[in-house]
Design a protein around this ligand. Structure first.
Ligand SMILES: Cc1ncc(COP(=O)(O)O)c(C=O)c1O
Length: 442
């Protein structure tokens, strides 16, 4: 039995990405979840406008996932993925591979988005080395990118607060593309913004500076998520693909958020019609219920490493919990739900409704930008003078305590990404509540 919320000793749990002292003075505690809603201890329900942390794509409390995990625990609770196998791992890889774009169906399992990113970067180095191009060591990330919290991911990532504390020891050979956020030209864009394709051309400049033969990979989120939902400008991803292909540089799409239906296709790569060489994913792969992530690599990359004596390991990499039996069981049950309920493509049908609903907030107090794509949107607020983030935090608290709405904020940006099961009435509910909270925000 859990301790009642008001009697919890909160001193030991060092909360991740949280202002611990502030939180513990006025905590926000959930005790249950079902469908589109979280429940507080007093029984109040909050509609979940962010799919937890962009992961509960099929909604909360899906019984068949719980049953599959329960059955798996009673059958085979753990087995190592190093040198032994279990059917769920091969089934899950094959299922994910079938959803993947073109030939990106070689699947390396990890336990999180951060591990997926660091794994993809390592595979990129290993691939070039196997091809005799071991001089290709440099990674190119992007400003405002969020690629998790491993040293690799933070190094290629572009959020200053995530880098600052660790700057002394980030990976040395990393450059960054400019971000694509342009409030002057693109404010209140619907879908892909018109302006910014030229930001991809900066890659040519970086290549000219270092030489293509020193660059291993470019990694970007097709839609930047954590920086506050930045859809790619029209033509931008195509241009990145063109330039990387021309120079033999691998292109990695970090689809930890956009994977599994968020933008109306299994992967954003398919929605935008641009195929990278690797995709990193996590979150929605198990509907968020158990930790799992994956790198989807092209057959070209995979096959380049399947060389040398058969008795030799091809990649010196992996985790104790790679392809954990329970994660695979959760993943297979999740994919069954996604397929049966059409959730990997459903967003196409509700995207317009969602877009109109979020853009109807234009004109509300402090709103300086609204942007959206698929079932992702951001409402950006003007920061309060001398107190950036204060407005976002007050809104979060007000929504939690007074409006029955769970939102995700990054500073003064509200990021909205409800479960893909959202009905139009749920979308109405979310935006009515958010609108009411904005109306009284100081
Ligand atoms: C694009 C992207 N990459 C990587 C990650 C890191 O994933 P995790 O928190 O599972 O390590 C995230 C998390 O939000 C993400 O959005």
């Amino acid at each position: 039995m859990n301790t009642p919320a008001n009697a919890l000793d909160m001193s030991s749990f060092w909360m991740p990405f949280t202002a611990n002292r502030q939180f513990k003075k006025e905590p926000r505690i959930f005790v249950g979840a079902e469908g589109m809603h979280y429940t507080k201890e007093d029984g109040t329900k909050l509609i979940d406008s962010s799919s937890g942390l962009w992961c509960v794509n099929a909604g909360h409390g899906r019984k068949e996932i719980a049953d599959a995990v329960h059955r798996q625990l009673l059958t085979l609770d753990y087995s190592p993925a190093f040198q032994t196998g279990q059917p769920g791992a091969f089934d899950m890889a094959a299922r994910v591979g079938r959803l993947a774009p073109k030939n990106l169906d070689r699947v390396f399992f990890v336990n999180s988005g951060s591990e997926a990113v660091d794994t993809a970067l390592k595979i990129a180095l290993a691939y070039h080395k196997a091809k005799g191009e071991s001089g290709r060591i440099r990674f190119i990330g992007r400003e405002k990118g969020y690629n998790g919290v491993g040293f690799g991911g933070v190094s290629v990532g572009g959020l200053v607060n995530n880098r600052r504390q660790f700057a002394a020891q980030l990976l040395p050979s990393v450059d960054h593309l400019p971000h694509t956020f342009d409030l002057k030209k693109n404010a209140f864009s619907r879908g892909q913004p018109e302006h910014g394709i030229e930001k991809a051309d900066a890659l040519e400049g970086i290549i000219a500076l270092h030489g293509a033969d020193t660059i291993a990979a470019v990694i970007v989120e097709p839609v930047a998520g954590s920086a506050g939902v930045l859809p790619p400008p029209k033509g931008y991803l195509e241009r990145l693909r063109e330039i990387t292909s021309k120079h033999g540089i691998l292109l990695i799409f970090d689809e930890v958020i956009t994977g599994f239906g968020r933008v109306g296709a299994p992967f954003a790569s398919q929605r935008f019609g641009v195929t990278p060489d690797m995709i990193t994913c996590a979150k929605g792969i198990t509907n968020g219920v158990l930790p799992m992530g994956a790198v989807l690599a092209s057959r070209t990359i995979h096959d380049a490493l399947m060389v040398g004596p058969e008795s030799a390991m091809e990649l010196f990499h992996g985790y104790t919990y790679s392809a954990h039996p329970t994660a695979c069981a959760a993943g297979l049950a999740t994919l069954d739900i996604y397929e049966r309920e059409g959730l990997l493509t459903r967003v196409k049908d509700i995207e317009k409704y969602y877009e109109d609903a979020v853009h109807a907030l234009k004109g509300k107090p402090h709103v300086i930008d609204i942007r959206n794509i698929g079932l992702m949107a951001a409402v950006e607020l003007a920061p309060r003078d001398g107190a950036p983030g204060a407005r976002g935090y007050e809104l979060l608290q007000d929504c939690f305590y007074n409006h029955g709405l769970h939102i995700r904020t990054t500073g003064d940006i509200i990021a909205l990404a409800p479960p893909l099961i959202a009905k139009t009435s749920d979308i109405d509910d979310i935006f009515a509540k958010l609108g009411a909270a904005l109306d009284r925000l100081k």
